[in-house]
Structures are given as structure tokens and as C-alpha cells.
Design a protein around this ligand. Structure first.
Ligand code: P6P
Length: 343
């Protein structure tokens, strides 16, 4: 007897063109006769890692029942912190595939080389394995962010310079949102496409083809106003306008991937500005700002450090931070106008 959930999914597949991410990637690959299939494999490996992380994130609430983070879990394995676990899942999904030259992660101080026993490839993968993990304990959505570059150095294996490339050279970028459902959203420069995980069959299904930030956008700004006193006078004037005569509403989840996903779907302006405590802001350029900037701009929005496109910034180090304004182009330009007036 077919379980009801599977029967429902099969019914949907029979009635409509349900497209799995694998099918979508193969169809996209056909548009590039020169493609070797490495990119398709790479995104498929990210999707696999996302399924494994999603399973653990969704169990997180049960840890106290299944065994605390410090004890052993039901399988007798030492329970790892979820962001450390997620980091290992991404690395192990990619390191043996022969498609990756090297990796860099929010969780690793230095670049992550491909072990000598494995063949290296042409792609550099930079990622934040579990951004916002502090939100897990209160069941707030969290995410994985990924960015692909092509290796530029001559050697067989990637080096640090291959990771320090500006955002406009990204081959692809995207995120996984572990929320009320698990979604994978990515762009390879031909629009932004969203897939929702159907856990009953373990497949990411195309649910949001060709995502575009809506016009007119919803007038929502997103920023942590607790830092108001740390901001520059120009930043203070901007937010006072938005919440005053600008007539904006405010939404702030405090989880970057969730805040950007909402901004992508509804429009608005997300800001994490510089302040007198963090002169470069809090968010990281390589594995938070740049990948999300590619996604937002491919969806018709804009992404800036307040003065220039985030995609133009040449990184000086793996973990450098940047102020960040992204969302509906008209709202980002409004913010840039206020900052250009100076203090
Ligand atoms: P604040 C979560 O800790 C995070 O790294 C991002 O996901 C989020 O956008 C930001 O920090 C929130 O920072 O200072 O508002 O708590």
C-alpha cells in the first residue's frame, strides 16, 4: 500500500511537470554544449549536503530527548555542534568528487585543501555551513550559503588567491534555508531558481522558477535598531526617514539567510551597516555578502556596501567583513544617497 504522502507526490508528478533539481540542472546543462557536467555534479553535491544538514537541523529540537550536545547520541557517536557538523558534511560531500580545487569556510581559519588521495578539479567552493546557528535554540530559520569560483592559479590544486576573487567572478551562488520547509535557491548567472525539499521522497522540487524581486516592492526595512547609537549620523537620518515620512514597515529576524529570502520574495531593504564598534559591519564578504549579492542582483535587485557594488570588492583576506545594503534597487539607491551626503 503506497503511503499517503508518496501517493500525493506521485499524483502531483502525474498531473503536472514536477521537476527535480537534478532534472533542472541537466536541462540547464544542455544550454551549454561546452559543459563538462562538473558544475551539475557540484550543485548536486550541495543539494545532497543540504538534505543531510536539513535532517539534523530538524532533529535539533529533539536533542534533549535523544541526548544532549555533550553526550553521545543514540548511535553512540559524539554529538557535534550543528555548525561543526554542517561544515564536515559540506566538506565530505565535495572533497572526493574531483570537481573542487580547494574550499574555504566560515568555520575554518585557513583554506581547506583537497586531500592528496583525491583528484582536484576546477572549482573553488566558499561557504558558510550554518549561518545564524545561534538561532537554532529558539527554532528560528537558519541557512547555508555557498559561492563557486573557477580556479585561476596555475597549479593543479587551489591556493588562497583562488579564494580571494571579487564577487563578479562568481560562477554560481546560492543558499539553503532550513525553515518551515527546506529550500535551495541558486543562480548561475541565468536567473534565480528555488527548490523546495519534499522530505517524503528526499527530492528538491522546482517550486520558484525565475525568482524576481517584486515591483512595486513592499516598503519594509530590515536592520538591528538596537545599534542606533553606534551608527553614523547619515545612517541614523536614513532610518529615521524610512520609519517616519518614508512610511516603511520593519522586519528583522536576525538570521541573514531568512531576512534575505524574505527580501527576495517581497522586496524591501536589508541593512547591516558599519558602526563605531564594527567599522566594517558584522557580515563577511566572501561567504555571506558576495554570494547573496549575486542572487539579489540576478533577481533584479541591488547589493552595495553603501557606496559601491558588493560584487566589485576585491577581498584582502578570507574572513573580512563588509557593510551591507541589499534588496530592491530603488531602496538601496535611496540608502546610498543618504550615505553620499556624508555626516
Ligand atoms: P545581530 C546571525 O548571528 C548572524 O550572523 C546573521 O545571520 C544575522 O544577519 C546577524 O548575525 C545578526 O546580527 O548583531 O543583529 O544579532
Amino acid at each position: 500500500m503506497t503511503p499517503p504522502a508518496l501517493r500525493e507526490t506521485l499524483g502531483a508528478m502525474l498531473q503536472s511537470h514536477v521537476v527535480t533539481i537534478s532534472r533542472f540542472l541537466v536541462d540547464q546543462q544542455r544550454l551549454h554544449p561546452e559543459a563538462t557536467g562538473a558544475f551539475t555534479d557540484l550543485l548536486g553535491d550541495i543539494a545532497l549536503a543540504a538534505k543531510v544538514i536539513s535532517r539534523e537541523v530538524n532533529k535539533a529540537g529533539l536533542v534533549d530527548i535523544l541526548g544532549s550536545a555533550d553526550d553521545e547520541n543514540v548511535h553512540g557517536e559524539e554529538q557535534q555542534k550543528l555548525d561543526v557538523f554542517a561544515n564536515q558534511v559540506v566538506i565530505r560531500a565535495l572533497d572526493h568528487t574531483g570537481n573542487v580545487a580547494c574550499m574555504a569556510s566560515e568555520e575554518s581559519e585557513e583554506i581547506i585543501p583537497i586531500p592528496a588521495k583525491f583528484e582536484a578539479g576546477e572549482y573553488v567552493v566558499i561557504f558558510d555551513p550554518l549561518d545564524g546557528s545561534s538561532n537554532i535554540d529558539v527554532n528560528v530559520s537558519i541557512g547555508t550559503i555557498f559561492s563557486f569560483h573557477r580556479k585561476q592559479s596555475e597549479g593543479e590544486r587551489g591556493v588562497l588567491e583562488d579564494c580571494l576573487q571579487p564577487g563578479y567572478r562568481q560562477v554560481a551562488a546560492g543558499y539553503v534555508l532550513y525553515g518551515s520547509s527546506t529550500m535551495l535557491v541558486y543562480t548561475s548567472g541565468a536567473g534565480v531558481h528555488g527548490f523546495t525539499l519534499d522530505p517524503s521522497i528526499g527530492e528538491f522540487l522546482l517550486s520558484h522558477p525565475h525568482m524576481r524581486i517584486p515591483e512595486p516592492p513592499s516598503k519594509v526595512y530590515s536592520i538591528n535598531e538596537a545599534y542606533y547609537r553606534r551608527w553614523s549620523p547619515a545612517q541614523q537620518r536614513l532610518v529615521s526617514y524610512l520609519k517616519g515620512e518614508g512610511g516603511f514597515g520593519s522586519r528583522y529576524i536576525g538570521s541573514f539567510v531568512a531576512d534575505i529570502h524574505r527580501t527576495l520574495l517581497q522586496g524591501g531593504l536589508f541593512m547591516y551597516p558599519a558602526d563605531n564598534v564594527n567599522p566594517k559591519g558584522k557580515l563577511r564578504l566572501l561567504y555571506e555578502a558576495a554570494p547573496m549579492a549575486m542572487v539579489v542582483e540576478q533577481a533584479g535587485g541591488k547589493a552595495s556596501d553603501g557606496y559601491r557594488s558588493l560584487l566589485e570588492i576585491v577581498p584582502g583576506s578570507l574572513h573580512e567583513r563588509t557593510p551591507l545594503y541589499m534588496g530592491s534597487a530603488e531602496f538601496v539607491e535611496l540608502a546610498e544617497g543618504y550615505l553620499a551626503e556624508g555626516d
